[in-house]
Design a protein around this ligand. Sequence first.
Ligand SMILES: NC(=O)c1ccc[n+]([C@@H]2O[C@H](COP(=O)([O-])OP(=O)(O)OC[C@H]3O[C@@H](n4cnc5c(N)ncnc54)[C@H](OP(=O)(O)O)[C@@H]3O)[C@@H](O)[C@H]2O)c1
Length: 339
Amino acid sequence: MSSSDSHCRVAVLGATGLVGRTMIQVLEERNFPVGELVPIASARSAGQAIPFRGKDFIVREPSAEAFRGVDIALFSAGATASREWASVAASEGAIVIDNSSAFRMDPDIPLVVPEVNPEKIFREDGTPEKIIANPNCSTIQMVVVLKPLYDRYGVKRVVVSTYQSVTGKGKAGRDALESELAGEPQEQFTHFHQIAFNAVPQIDTFTDNGYTKEEMKMVNETRKIMGDDSISVSPTTVRIPVYGGHGESLNIELEKEFDIEEVRALLAGSPGIIMQDDPSARIYPMPLTSYERDEVFVGRVRRDYWHPQTLNMWIVADNLRKGAATNAVQIAEVVIAKR
Ligand SMILES: NC(=O)c1ccc[n+]([C@@H]2O[C@H](COP(=O)([O-])OP(=O)(O)OC[C@H]3O[C@@H](n4cnc5c(N)ncnc54)[C@H](OP(=O)(O)O)[C@@H]3O)[C@@H](O)[C@H]2O)c1
């Protein structure tokens, strides 16, 4: 760290966005040892004040100078900005934790969920990697649940359907829903079609194989994080008009036989998971109740009606928290704990 005490200089690139603002909130809530906050955003926001621990910090535009002396740089300004600034920040001495898709599938850059593969944060010599990628929000919540099942039973195949919050598309995604609900005319639809009162089975653009880029992120990132290319993920990703979190219906085929009560106990005791599974009392996870929470909520756990070695469940997590900001801050916590 650059300062003599235990306090770090922390930069947030994308500080005025939904994820960036949540990062700053999470840093404050988790009492991360921030000595100085360096909020960075585009020229549109330069000069704006960002409150943190009762003090205002002024937003700057990205530059080598802005990253000078920074210990931890949390990036959430999109892939183009990450490609432009990650190596600059790293060469200024920062450990970059990047929320964009820019480096996730780069074989030289680790893709980390602290509940799953925290060891990837460090090189063999024990020093932290200079750039660490944060996975896609829909992947993060799924692998938190897959990890304990994988370790105990092995995971063969996952069929996943997502129900994703409009906040997954940032400020523009949230504002589009509000504007549509207010009946304002739309020049073009941010979510490809009207999202108010609708469900749109397209997140990001389609690839040649008929899956969207969002779906292929779930396929490829899951294998990389779990360190197992034999896991087949079969996703359908859908945008729905909610705030507060992404829901996922999971159908998970395991390698070994399981006892359903043992599965519930295993998940309940696993890091980052809260069970909400009492259907008779109408208790199950929902976006509204996972809003502003850091955990992955799991419910509706049951054996597949037709396939005895397969599980069904419904999981929800706040995409701006565990799906982005909290996961990044957790990585930063692992980095500084070792210093
Ligand atoms: N939303 C989610 O659930 C989620 C989950 C996981 C990962 N992510 C990733 O996190 C990133 C940000 O997402 P978001 O939802 O927070 O988006 P957002 O609300 O649209 O915010 C984007 C932020 O990036 C800044 N920015 C854009 N272009 C920039 C540039 N060229 N230089 C500097 N700053 C720039 C914006 O600054 P201005 O305010 O000045 O425009 C704003 O602070 C994206 O890469 C996204 O894929 C998002």
